[in-house]
Design a protein around this ligand. Sequence first.
Ligand code: AVJ
Length: 349
Amino acid sequence: TTTTTMTTTPPDTDPDTAALESDLREGFFSDPPTVPPRWFYDEKGSLLFDQITRVAEYYPTRAEAEILRARAVDIVGASSTVVELGAGTCEKTRVLLDVLAAGRAAGTQGTPEAPGAEAPGETGQGEAGPGEARFVPVDISTEMLFESARALAQEYPGVRIDPVIGDLTALDGPLPGEPGGRLVLFLGGTVGNFSESQRAGFFSMLRGIMDPGDRLVLGFDLVKSPERLVAAYDDAAGVTTEFDLNMLDVIARTVECAGLDRRDFRHEAVWNAGESRVEMWLRAVRDVRIDFPTLGRVRTLAAGEGIRTEIARKFEPHALVDELAGHGFGGQAVWTDAAGDFGLALVVV
Ligand code: AVJ
């Protein structure tokens, strides 16, 4: 809400409200104010990101798809379960599911389906049989996740589809699937949204829930000219502007606040060479005062001051494989698209 008038329903009955309040307490009252990128992805934001992947300036999605097409067989290998973190529309994963489904149907991998296994196409119920092909998309956007899961279940009757709603950094329990037969995907370059310490924590968390033989495939964006990098995060059609500003609407809707108005901000993408990252900022175009009564805090921004909404770290080709070696992962391959814009790393436990 954008008013401070009394409300009859307590606003913190929504888990999102509590989570965002905690994120704001953590980062919104420091300098610069920051909001974690996960708050981009309400239903509208997820659709806007999907649109971003089709603007001319945003090359990562197309470059990664090119690598996935070229390397699908190497990537899937003998895996029986594919777990995709931050699956979104699952669009890019289809090329891997084709390989997974074909391998299983031909009986060239794993064990044959157990008698009495789940009826094809059923999702989210019962136990998977040993060696049964399985796809587990994990995402925070419920609507998009279930919609794509339904479509995939129809398209891939031989693959069991088990969607999981959740924040991918909060994965804890054992991973679904046979130990040693899992392929964990973290695509799109989302690993670039983490700070150095978040990334280290994420890799060690993954290592903790993966077993010997399990593989991890990471998509990461490569360092290139600042002009192209900035354009990718500030497209001429303004889709990324709308995506960035949408976060303010998410905040205004999710926590009680007054004085938060998207018309007071403009989107900006900058290349931070020292940190090797693109940063997205919402810069105040006039003095702003935002009151959060449930937090008991007020945030003021002078005209020209910004809120940092995203960091998108860009890597040298072998940097992540080297880093993952320090977490107990063995490097198997680093591939790039033909233009050398984007990278994919395959590592195993
Ligand atoms: C979905 C996190 C990979 O960082 O490139 C796109 C999100 N933000 N345009 C990225 C994003 C602005 C994207 N990831």
